[in-house]
Design a protein around this ligand. Structure first.
Ligand code: GLU
Length: 303
């Protein structure tokens, strides 16, 4: 009988466009880290936000992963089909008395609050109840000022005082959609993810997620945040900064570029290797500790 693998990793793309170099870094990094531990690796499509979704992007992402030999275990999870679980989590938070309706618009928050390192800080305006002229818009979770600490496998120790630095944050949006912070916590827990390997753009979201994990009484996974791929002038690669979809005709070439980006030093000859041989070597030689800590420019010629 096979044993249940202890390590469980995941890749959780939002289907806002085809995979670009930056998202490929998260896919490959999380895959190699999971496979080296002989763990499982799942894919979760974070299609929580229909207005931002690009039709066909989810299947294009899955197709690209297959083209690159990055096969996942278990069935792909689609967040759009998980509303019941998110509602159950909100009910639980509500029963604990740790969420409240907020009637503030973004503009009010910006006008009344200060802007901190992580954006406008919500000052708890509706904490004591909605004032008469306000309609409920969002649901926010209560935060506190004790520091939330974690030790990232790559970026080291970090702490955040959420109440002071971010404020009570949204778990259900004004358009009734579930907030990313809530969905990611519910799903990582349900999928029993033991380590989250993802881009460092989400590093400072982690304390908010840990806060929710504690309120929902679910375990906190380990975290490793990979360097963000930026353009030559330092902007995060995204569709908006013109990141091209990756070159599917030459997966070996792209994989080697991703491995170099992650400082894994694959020999150049591997470009002529079979794809599965290349992946096998990449798994064998994967060293998380060699991954650079700073953001890096993506290769100019993305194959
Ligand atoms: N869906 C998020 C993104 O594509 C990633 C979420 C995560 O890995 O926690 O940026």
């Amino acid at each position: 009988m096979s044993q249940q693998p202890h390590y469980r990793g995941r890749f959780a793309p939002s289907p806002t466009g085809p995979l670009h170099f930056g998202s490929m870094v998260a896919a490959v990094g999380s895959y190699l880290q999971a496979r080296q531990q002989r763990g499982s690796w799942g894919v979760r499509i974070e299609d929580l936000d229909p207005p931002r979704e690009v039709p066909g992007a989810a299947s294009s992402i899955l197709h690209t992963l297959e083209r690159f030999g990055l096969y996942w275990d278990d069935e792909v999870v689609y967040q759009s089909q998980r509303s019941e679980a998110y509602i159950a989590a909100l009910e639980r938070l509500s029963a604990e008395g740790v969420v409240y309706p907020c009637g503030c618009t973004r503009r009010e928050i910006t006008e009344r609050g200060t802007v901190g390192r992580y954006g406008p800080i919500y000052q708890g305006i509706c904490r004591q109840g909605l004032s008469k002229h306000k309609q409920p818009r969002t649901l926010r979770v209560l935060t506190h000022d004790a520091p939330i600490r974690f030790n990232d496998a790559l970026l080291g120790k970090f702490e955040q005082r959420i109440e002071k630095e971010v404020g009570d944050f949204v778990v259900r949006r004004a358009d009734r959609l579930f907030a990313y912070q809530l969905a990611v916590v519910v799903d990582d827990a349900e999928q029993r993810i033991s380590e989250v390997v993802r881009g460092a753009d989400l590093f400072d979201n982690t304390p908010r997620q840990i806060h929710l994990q504690r309120l929902l009484n679910v375990p906190t996974p380990r975290y490793a945040h990979l360097p963000v791929a930026v353009t030559a002038d330092g902007q995060k690669l995204s569709k908006q900064t013109g990141a091209a979809g990756i070159h599917e005709q030459r997966p070996q070439m792209v994989l080697i570029q991703v491995l170099r980006f992650l400082n894994q030093q694959p020999p150049a000859e591997l470009v002529d290797a079979e794809l599965d041989a290349l992946l096998r070597l990449a798994i064998e030689h994967w060293r998380l500790e060699q991954v650079p800590r700073e953001k890096r420019a993506a290769p100019l010629i993305q194959a």
